[in-house]
Design a protein around this ligand. Structure first.
Ligand code: MN
Length: 244
């Protein structure tokens, strides 16, 4: 797990100039001129969905994906940009991650929309079309060490999603002492936030808001979670783990 810090820092710094300009010029940024970062860092802009709206069917239907991405998630991004202007956040100087780590210093609007934006940007990347797969390599080893087995980890994560009352997220995180942990957060909070009970770097996140599943599953959140496992992009999760 090597860490080319200098190169990463450079990419991070150069990437954010474009991000900030996009927000300030248009409210909702255009995507064309912004290269996707290879650092795994999530910026202030809504990135293009990495696949088409119907690509995750049958687990997640095209209408749900369309509304989720173009309405719910896009609104969080727009409202985050508005909050950054209102609360004078210099998005050149402050990464989204830094903002979230100090979220108690900002308004509820910043908390709800900063979290909402980050969580959805991560969520899209946590999924991919195709057949179901499993974690491998160093990630699988860490999962086995922490939870006993892959199945045990899956059950614990599923329970975290099922048992989250109301709206929120289930998470697999890498803690500060480099251990894996599972938990959930309410509303659009996430484990990066200083206000969160569960703390760590998000490796895998699952949206359990009703807007993520209601059209297809109605009240059957457990069925949504069961089918969602077929979509998990373990290469992305492994990459998040490597970067942690
Ligand atoms: Mn959502």
């Amino acid at each position: 797990m090597s860490k080319p810090l200098h190169r990463r820092q450079f990419i991070k710094t150069s990437g954010q100039a474009g991000i900030s300009a996009g927000i300030l010029l248009s409210g909702l940024p255009s995507f064309a001129s912004v290269k996707k970062s290879s650092t795994g860092e999530i910026g202030y802009m809504q990135q293009p969905l990495p696949y088409g709206y119907p690509a995750l069917e049958p687990a997640i239907d095209a209408t749900t994906m369309t509304i989720h991405y173009t309405k719910h998630a896009a609104a969080y991004t727009k409202n985050l940009a508005d909050a950054c202007v209102a609360e004078k956040v210099d998005t050149n100087a402050t990464s989204l991650e830094q903002l979230l780590k100090n979220i108690s210093k900002y308004s509820p609007k910043m908390r709800n929309n900063g979290g909402g934006h980050y969580n959805h940007e991560l969520f899209w990347q946590c999924m991919r079309p195709g057949t179901a797969s499993l974690p491998l390599g160093s990630l699988l080893n860490a999962i086995t060490t922490s939870f006993g087995s892959w199945e045990a980890m899956k059950n614990q994560f599923s329970d975290a999603g099922k048992n989250r009352f109301g709206s929120g997220w289930a998470w697999l995180v890498l803690t500060a002492d480099k251990k894996l942990a599972i938990g959930s957060t309410p509303n659009q909070d996430n484990p990066l936030m200083d206000v969160s009970e569960l703390k760590g770097k998000p490796l895998l996140g699952l949206d359990v808001w009703e807007h993520a599943y209601y059209l297809n599953y109605q009240t059957r959140r457990a069925d949504y979670i069961t089918n969602w496992w077929n979509l998990v992009n373990w290469e992305f999760v492994q990459n998040q783990y490597n970067l942690g």
